[in-house]
Design a protein around this ligand. Structure first.
Ligand code: CMP
Length: 135
């Protein structure tokens, strides 16, 4: 049975800065995910805080928001079969040191903060995150 979904992906400042956009887009498209919308933006710290609201009680929240607003990012809507789960598999573990070979975070991640990409963790959050950037 077909289960086409949409999910949100962000190429974070560390990867935009190193011109990794086309490498990362290639990884998604070669894995069967389609890019249905994409834009390069530079968000404020307030916008980053709002986006990462679920993490506001975490000790790393302030650094996380400073980081996401530190430079341009690329936000994308990915579409395909089981896109939420597939995107998370392609990204690899949050901490690049723990990420499986061939995943984006293993290939390009620098640290748990500068881990090159963000991806929605559930279909529900994917809908909210897409709305946040594209509506
Ligand atoms: P991301 O998928 O964008 O979601 C929240 C981010 O917080 C995560 O990727 C990491 O880059 C960052 N982060 C920093 N420290 C931690 C931590 N200890 N555990 C989880 N995420 C962390």
């Amino acid at each position: 049975m077909s289960n086409s979904e949409q999910t949100l992906s962000i190429i974070k400042p560390d990867a935009v800065e190193r011109n990794l956009e086309s490498n990362i887009v290639d990884i998604f498209t070669k894995s069967g995910l389609q890019i249905v919308n994409k834009k390069k933006i530079h968000i404020s710290k307030d916008e980053a805080s709002s986006f990462y609201e679920v993490h506001q009680s975490k000790p790393f929240f302030n650094d996380l928001c400073n980081y996401l607003s530190s430079g341009p990012i690329i936000v994308m809507i990915l579409k395909g079969e089981n896109a939420v789960k597939k995107n998370r598999e392609i990204m690899g573990s949050t901490d690049p040191k723990m990420a499986a070979p061939g995943t984006i975070r293993k290939l390009y991640g620098i640290s748990i903060d500068k881990n090159s990409v963000h991806g929605s963790d559930s279909l529900d959050n994917a809908k909210k995150e897409i709305k946040f950037f594209f509506e």
